[in-house]
Design a protein around this ligand. Structure first.
Ligand SMILES: *Cc1c(COP(=O)(O)O)cnc(C)c1O
Length: 405
């Protein structure tokens, strides 16, 4: 029996399938968890062959069946030749950067990206031979002006965390190609269900699987996908840095990914409803959501994303205390970090990951910015909760001493 060509299968059908290749016969409909970290070989000759072929049944740091099953699934969802998985999003990002950068390399990075990615790039550029320019990726001319003969990587995060800025992946990819640079895209906020960067010309796509891909706030992981020639060096570096995914974690992420399509569909639809509601609420000052017409990069977002994602960021009219009072008054929505889970959570990013970070130019976002990660609850019940909390926060602000002065 021949394998169904991948291009003919929708993501909807790919996501829940345990084995993409059905030619291998009688296997459980859930990938077995193999705990044994070290495998015995029948002969020393075979032992040598297993090592030399990077077999998944040799030593867990070099790969194991759970990791490989997950990697295959992500490669299929991103329409990539190859993928590797890691213990976390940051293990993915650090290993990928270390694999592709050398002393003297130049990186152009978005100036509003995940805090720890920014910190890592700053660390690499701090006496470690890598030069990094943080640039507003929405301004193609700025990016073009920074390109140099030694520019190795253009690093973009779209939508960006937490400001939901959108970078035009195809435009950056065209620019990079002219100069022989790689484009690495952190697509965590979009998921493969909303955006497939490789199809837009990106060299490598990566995700924190901790977020939407696993989706249940009970496991951490990361994935990187792309052509074999760019993923192979990352595999070699992973063997050195050792950020492997535990078999139990790989299983949980595989379990989560089976419902990625339906979760994404529901969450993205609710997020758009909440974004529209927030935009209409008088207590709200600004809403950031890629598929709102008011978003600065709405045109690009509509072109490259099938949906706006599951995160909505916004600010309220009033000072920091009003914002805190709003969060504290929520009853259904929980105050917690991270995003992409089945439960709706909210946080104020400036207090957290970005706390105390030396800001790159343009990195700074509103001290009061609120980041809402939408879950699977009933959309109207979420709106009701937000509405009562807004009312309560506004009332408190009005009652506060000095509020009327
Ligand atoms: C959370 C996050 C990361 C880091 O992932 P971890 O799994 O927490 O290591 C990287 N990029 C983005 C956009 C994120 O939101």
């Amino acid at each position: 029996m021949t394998q169904i060509p991948k291009e003919s299968i929708s993501l909807e059908t790919l996501a829940p399938r345990t084995y993409l290749d059905r030619t291998k016969g009688n296997r459980p409909l859930s990938t077995p968890i193999i705990r044994g970290a070290i495998f015995a070989a029948p002969s020393s000759q075979e032992h040598a062959r297993l090592y030399q072929s990077n077999a998944e049944t040799f030593y867990h740091r070099f790969g194991h069946p759970g990791e490989n099953e997950l990697a295959k699934k992500v490669a299929a969802l991103e329409d990539a030749e190859s993928a590797i998985v890691f213990a976390s999003g940051m293990a993915t990002i650090s290993t990928t950067l270390m694999a592709h950068l050398a002393s003297g390399s130049h990186v152009i990075s978005g100036d509003q990206i995940f805090a720890q990615t920014q910190e890592l790039l700053e660390w690499l550029s701090n006496g470690r031979g890598v030069r990094v320019d943080f640039v507003d990726m929405r301004e193609l001319d700025l990016v073009k002006a920074k390109m140099r003969s030694d520019t190795r990587i253009i690093y973009i995060e779209t939508p960006s965390n937490p400001k939901l800025r959108i970078t035009d992946i195809a435009a950056i990819a065209a620019l990079a190609k002219e100069h022989g640079a790689m484009v690495v895209v952190d697509s965590t906020f979009a998921t493969p269900m909303a955006q497939q960067p490789l199809k837009l010309g990106a060299s490598i796509v990566l995700h924190s699987a901790t977020k939407f891909i696993a989706g249940h706030m009970d496991v951490m992981g990361g994935v990187v996908a792309g052509p074999r020639r760019l993923i192979e060096p990352v595999y070699r570096m992973k063997r050195l840095l050792g950020g492997i995914l535990d078999p139990q974690a790989a299983w949980l992420i595989l379990r989560g990914i089976k419902t990625l399509h339906v979760r994404a569909q529901h969450i993205f639809s609710t997020a758009l409803q909440l974004a529209r509601y927030l935009e209409s609420a008088p207590a709200v000052r600004r809403v950031y959501y890629p598929h709102l017409e008011s978003h600065g990069e709405f045109q690009v977002a509509s072109r490259q994303m099938l949906a706006g994602g599951g995160v909505v960021s916004f600010t309220l009219n009033g000072d920091i205390d009003v914002h805190r009072a709003f969060l504290d008054a929520l009853q259904l929505v929980q105050i917690a970090t991270s995003l992409g889970g089945v439960e709706t959570v909210i946080e104020m990013p400036y207090d957290l990951d970005w706390y105390g970070l030396e800001a790159a130019p343009g990195q700074v976002f509103e001290r009061t910015l609120i980041r809402l990660s939408v879950g699977l609850e009933h959309p109207q019940e979420l709106i009701d909760d937000i509405e009562q909390a807004l009312r309560s926060a506004v009332d408190r602000a009005v009652d506060a001493p000095g509020a009327r002065e």
